[in-house]
Design a protein around this ligand. Structure first.
Ligand code: ATP
Ligand code: MG
Length: 566
């Protein structure tokens, strides 16, 4: 017996117009179709239909987490600040943390993620290698005071996350737990019907080694990523690496100085000389832990400071200021060339390969030099890929031109290693009787964000369009008419419910068939069964929400058809 939800008794109000503050498709449609209501910026109320979708996603996540041996727990969201102070994240999170005090003045926070607390739980509960490995997870409310809570439930300040944590005594164990999560995530997102890509992520501030993100391509996404049209390569834009072409050695002409007055930028230089920007070598000066370093990239490329920072971490990268040029006659602002920078470390893009010739600064005001050859006229100390990736850049796998697309981050898996175990001295007694430091992974899925991602990916111009497993009902029965139609609609709904089919039935009196049809398309249940013109003969019309295909069926045929799919 499955639920038959009568719309005449359902807490729902569909809207013809988009809410004024809505920027993204999911926000517009989820509000208009009566799934969610905004309570405050980034804070949402889930109405009955929305709660059902959220529950369906939660169920899929839970089943797949259980299948890899995960044990579900529920930790508090209201947390003491001390563990987060110990890890340094109380400060690192900055404004992202919701902080509060209790009546005695003790300080708390609302949990943004729970590495610290899970580490403490395992330290409290596990003392021997025999207690490990263990995978713990929760599906819980998280709090982050996001700078720009927008895009509906895509980026909430309060949101639902599945977070899990693996604890192992060996590195191999961690890799195994990581791979188990990776496989479970693929199953979860496949079952949810989300088009997704796995990209290697830069590990960033969290520290640790391997880390991958699951991205759902969608125009509303806040992440950009690259993917290859010809092979299965996909990566975070910051993680793309360019392999240098071998030097061709054809550049043999001697260096020549050029008079280039008033050309301190690549644009002015390229226009003055009538050459493409790509023929010039741009040299950006930065400070790395206070020391000036030059970074050379082709003139048509931008330096990605995030990528540079990743390469040089833990050193801190900053831009130079006017003061840094004081007392440095070797650094001629706007006219820097690597051939004159003996005392400065020179980092270059792999495209600045040995043997390539460039037009670059001559280290004299208003002058540039041409035929400046890498490896002949200057040495590159480090070749690092630090440029912003562009569409058409070669795929590191197969060489085809890459695409740059937008996506929503729906999951993130992370081999943390011993970072938190070190902070909290999480050891267990090993096989040899000696303490062994535990190694850890952390793995997140944006459960409420997945609702938004699905809405974005599956909606069409009429409204939402859920995959069956996630939809708030299997079938939307519409009484398109008066008493006779309503009677048939309720009768078939009862029978479907008894056969285990989840039904939403539009039995609202005094609402025109046209409005009910529009609402059913907006709400997006995958099958729509209409009791209309031929109700007296007991004939209904079954419509596929996605394809629009229609078919007339008797009550028995409709039940047979809809139960066959459940
Ligand atoms: P983002 O870069 O989008 O801010 P994140 O990398 O900070 O996300 P994680 O700490 O990796 O997020 O959290 C795990 C998952 O939780 C993310 O992959 C995402 O799906 C989800 N998530 C993170 N922040 C939010 C949010 N503000 N609202 C809804 N879901 C979120
Ligand atoms: Mg992330």
């Amino acid at each position: 017996m499955a639920q038959v939800q009568r719309m005449s008794r359902l807490l729902i109000k569909t809207l013809r117009d988009d809410p004024a503050d809505a920027e993204t498709l999911n926000h517009k449609l989820l509000v208009r179709a009566g799934y969610v209501r905004r309570t405050a910026a980034g804070i949402w109320t889930w109405l009955p239909l929305g709660k059902k979708v959220l529950e369906n996603i939660t169920r899929v996540v839970r089943e797949e987490m259980d299948a890899i041996g995960g044990q579900e727990v529920l930790l508090p969201a209201l947390l003491p600040k001390e563990p987060y102070e110990a890890s340094g994240r109380y400060d690192e999170y900055g404004d992202l943390l919701f902080r509060l005090k209790d009546r005695k003045g003790s300080e708390y926070l609302l949990g943004p993620t729970h590495e610290e607390i899970f580490t403490q739980v395992v330290k409290d509960m596990c003392s021997s290698y025999k207690d490990l490995p263990v995978i713990l997870y929760q599906i819980q409310t998280k709090y982050r005071d996001e700078a720009r809570p927008r895009a509906g439930v895509l980026r909430g300040r309060e949101f639902q996350m599945k977070d899990s944590y693996s604890f192992d005594t060996t590195d191999e164990g961690l890799v195994e737990a990581y791979q188990a999560h990776r496989a479970a995530y693929i199953r979860i997102f496949d079952r949810l019907g989300l088009d997704h890509r796995i990209v290697s992520a830069v590990s960033g501030a969290m520290g640790g080694s391997a880390s991958e993100e699951f991205l759902a391509p969608a125009p509303a996404g806040e992440d950009t990523f690259v993917d290859c049209p010809d092979c299965d390569y996909a990566a975070n834009t910051e993680a793309v690496t360019y392999k240098a072409a071998p030097a061709d050695g054809s550049a043999t002409a001697p260096v020549e100085e050029l008079d280039t007055p008033d050309t301190p930028t690549i644009e002015t230089l390229a226009a003055h000389l009538g050459v493409p920007a790509s023929a010039t070598l741009k040299n950006l000066l930065v400070k790395v832990d206070g020391e000036i370093v030059a970074v050379g990239v082709p003139g048509d490329r931008e330096v990605d400071l995030g990528k540079l920072g990743e390469h040089l971490a833990p050193a801190v990268v900053e831009l130079v200021t006017a003061e840094d040029f004081v007392g440095r006659p070797d650094l001629v602002r706007g006219y820097v060339g690597p051939q004159g920078l003996e005392k400065v470390r020179y980092i270059a893009d792999p495209r600045v390969a040995p043997g390539t010739a460039w037009i670059t600064g001559a280290n004299k005001e208003g002058k540039h030099a041409k035929n400046v050859v890498a490896g002949r006229d200057f040495e590159v100390d480090d070749h690092l890929d630090v440029v912003v990736v562009q569409p058409g850049d070669p795929c590191p796998n197969c060489g085809a031109g890459l695409r740059v697309d937008r996506a929503i981050e729906i999951g993130h898996i992370f081999q943390l290693g011993r970072k938190y175990a070190d902070i909290f001295s999480l050891d267990v007694l090993g096989q040899q009787g000696k303490p062994v430091r535990v190694t850890m992974g952390s793995y997140g899925i944006g459960v409420s964000r997945a609702v938004a991602a699905l809405a974005e990916q599956t909606a069409d111009d009429k409204g939402l369009c859920w995959p069956r497993e996630i939809a708030p009902a299997d079938v939307h029965v519409v009484a398109a008419g008066k008493a006779l139609q309503t009677e048939l609609a309720l009768d078939v709904s009862e029978k479907l419910g008894a056969a285990g089919v989840r039904v939403l039935v539009d039995d609202r009196p005094g609402i025109s068939p046209g409005v009910k049809f529009t609402d059913s398309e907006l709400i997006g249940v995958p099958q729509i069964l209409v009791a209309g013109r031929r109700s007296a003969e007991g004939v209904l019309e079954l419509k596929d929400r996605r394809t629009g295909e229609r078919e007339e069926l008797t009550v028995d045929e409709a039940i047979a058809r809809l139960t066959a799919r459940s």
